[in-house]
Design a protein around this ligand. Structure first.
Ligand code: PSU
Ligand code: MN
Length: 302
């Protein structure tokens, strides 16, 4: 058995009850252990209050799980190392299943798995996108292509701030991925708020309308996801100057240490936390919670 849906999630699917999927990479490679466990508990609390089922997706010993138990999640977080738990984008899924490994899913593989299970909404912090200095590296996250191939609602706070936000915005348009701003007409930039040079064509204030747009996409047979840009609350924003200064510092460090590929995002997030005295981490946690809550509310309108 390669693919297993947790009992609670299976029941919710059968009864058309609200479910929000989450990727597991952000918990295991995007945050320090203690914060991650706390966040996980907090999200469980929000799910309970909103009466929504949280389905975290991961590969455990070669089985792709749609929904894992609290114990399984804590055990993955405890390992918290790229050597013990693989980071799996869509192209890594088959290797990890065939070779019976433990792996956490990114946005791209979560989209693939959630669609296969029939889940319609997922939440994350910031999506992957076009990296800076794209012409030198051609590093573009598989997340973006996955958003053009799998039909979910993805609630995020835009691309991660250390990416090339403008080119990510452009690529979303080229791939015809619809983006809707939640209560804000500018594209969200992860822990930095929004980019006032990147205006969104569509802004919606109400979760029912977001659900209606998505259902219309499904009716029309569109295979893209609907990306919801949900800016971090102002009070949790990281100062833009501090963010840019430290991002540049960390990107220089990446070059010096030759950090590339799937190791890049976890390395940058970890170093940003250290250089901002934990401020970037606080912002990251706040926006993930905000996105999960909004995803829960949208899922109840479907
Ligand atoms: N958002 C966060 N923290 C993270 C990630 C997103 O707030 O750790 C992860 C997601 O799993 C996303 C991945 O899919 O980073 C993108 O990685 P890459 O840039 O290597 O494609
Ligand atoms: Mn990459």
């Amino acid at each position: 058995m390669d693919f297993q849906i947790e009992e609670k999630i299976e029941k919710a699917l059968n009864k058309n009850k609200p479910i929000v999927a989450m990727e597991s990479t952000l918990f295991v490679h995007g945050l320090p252990k203690e914060s991650s466990i706390k966040l996980f508990r907090k999200l469980n609390g929000i799910a309970k209050k909103e009466q929504v089922n949280l389905a975290i997706i991961a590969i455990l010993n070669g089985v792709l799980k749609i929904g894992i138990t609290d114990e399984q999640m804590i055990s993955l977080i405890e390992k918290n190392s790229l050597n013990l738990v693989n980071k799996a984008g869509t192209r890594d899924i088959s290797f990890n299943i065939a070779l019976k490994r433990d792996a956490v899913t990114t946005v791209s593989s979560t989209l693939w798995a959630a669609q296969k299970a029939g889940i319609k909404v997922m939440a994350t912090g910031g999506i992957g996108g076009v990296h800076r200095e794209i012409l030198m590296t051609l590093d573009i996250s598989a997340d973006i292509y996955a958003l053009s191939k799998h039909n979910l609602i993805v609630v995020c706070s835009g691309p991660k701030a250390f990416l090339d936000i403008k080119n990510t915005f452009e690529l979303l348009e080229s791939l015809s991925i619809p983006v809707v701003g939640y209560k804000n007409s500018y594209f969200a930039t992860f822990f930095c708020g929004v980019d006032e040079n990147l205006e969104l064509k569509y802004v919606l204030e109400n979760t029912k309308e977001i659900a209606e747009v998505y259902l219309k996409m499904r009716d029309l047979g569109m295979e893209h996801s609907l990306l919801v840009s949900n800016p971090i609350l102002k009070k949790y924003e990281l100062d833009k100057n501090l963010a840019e200064k430290t991002i540049n510092q960390v990107l220089r460090l990446c070059k010096e240490k030759n950090i590339k590929g799937h190791k890049l995002s976890p390395f940058i997030l970890k170093n940003l936390t250290e250089l901002t005295d934990g401020k970037s981490l606080k912002s990251n946690l706040a926006l993930i919670k905000g996105n999960f809550k909004l995803a829960c509310q949208i899922s109840k309108e479907l």
